[in-house]
Design a protein around this ligand. Structure first.
Ligand code: NAP
Length: 256
């Protein structure tokens, strides 16, 4: 579809499951060389082996909450594929915790993974992205935080809105290095992580989406793929909402 993806080196954090796995599959299918990152080695190696059917995919174990781990993973991706052109900061967690009971540890887990992980990954990748000449950073944010809210997710919403604050200033700083920084904002996408939210959550979400079904990992990957192409070279600091229209209705009746 997009010829400029072929041969590019791509790093996808949280690429072993869910949306990240969809991103990895899409980039690999377009001829990119992909490194996926996650904490669970067994799951990561299995995912890479399965994804190898779509193209060139390798696993590196890493924890985005650690700056040292991000540096090691970025170095490994460069060594494996001779450089790094596209970084997808996708690793994220979304445990629920009511504000009144949230512990500092619970807050730290979400901010460290979702927000600080974005900083650490991009910081580690900067020299390689600049050398690439067409460096791309694509963040997986969310509608939750930047646009909508959900009880139990104050920490998560803050982390996802924080990614967009990061994106706008990073895009300005990195423009002179030829690097663009953009974000996809998924609504509710059927992933392993979302399945853990339970059947009631999923049914409520389906009812509040105008298109009446959850998104797929391919829906998100298609938008990310576009932002990574040469054709999208003039787009930076922008967001694409991919949510089946979920953020639009004022009420359930508004969809009748
Ligand atoms: P998922 O199915 O739970 O997968 C999460 C991925 O992130 C896994 O590969 C996981 O692997 C990795 N990960 C988690 N913590 C990590 C860490 N500290 N270091 C490295 N990797 C880590 O989640 P998902 O639903 O695909 O969500 C992916 C992203 O999309 C998240 O940023 C999420 O906030 C965002 N999002 C999802 C939805 C949705 O509806 N699913 C909607 C909006 C936004 P390990 O556990 O092995 O580390």
């Amino acid at each position: 579809m997009f010829t400029s993806i072929s041969g590019r080196s791509v790093l996808v954090t949280g690429g072993t499951k869910g949306i990240g796995r969809g991103l990895a599959a899409a980039f690999a299918a377009e001829g990119a060389s992909v490194v996926i990152v996650g904490r669970d080695r067994g799951a990561g190696e299995r995912a890479a082996a399965e994804l190898a059917a779509s193209g060139k995919v390798a696993f590196e174990q890493g924890d985005v909450a650690s700056a040292a781990s991000c540096a090691a993973v970025v170095a490994a991706a460069q060594e494996r594929h001779g450089g790094l052109d596209i970084v997808c900061c996708n690793a994220g967690v979304f445990p629920s915790a009511p504000l009144a009971e949230m512990t500092p540890e619970q807050l730290e887990e979400v901010l460290a993974t979702n927000l600080k992980g974005t900083f650490f990954t991009v910081q580690a990748a900067l020299p390689a992205l600049e050398r690439s000449g067409h460096g791309r950073v694509i963040l997986t944010s969310s509608i939750t935080g930047p646009i909508t809210g959900f009880s139990g997710w104050t920490h998560y919403g803050a982390s996802k809105a924080g990614q967009l604050g990061f994106m706008r200033s990073a895009a300005l700083e990195l423009a002179k290095r030829g690097i663009t920084v953009n974000a996809v904002l998924p609504g509710n996408v059927m992933t392993e992580g979302l399945a853990d939210m339970g059947a009631d959550y999923i049914a409520t979400m389906e009812a509040s989406i105008p298109l009446k079904h959850l998104g797929s990992i391919e829906d998100i990957a298609n938008a990310a793929l576009f932002l990574a192409t040469d054709e999208a070279a003039y787009i930076t600091a922008q967001t694409i909402v991919i949510d089946g229209g979920q953020i639009v209705p004022e009420s359930l009746e508004a969809m009748d």
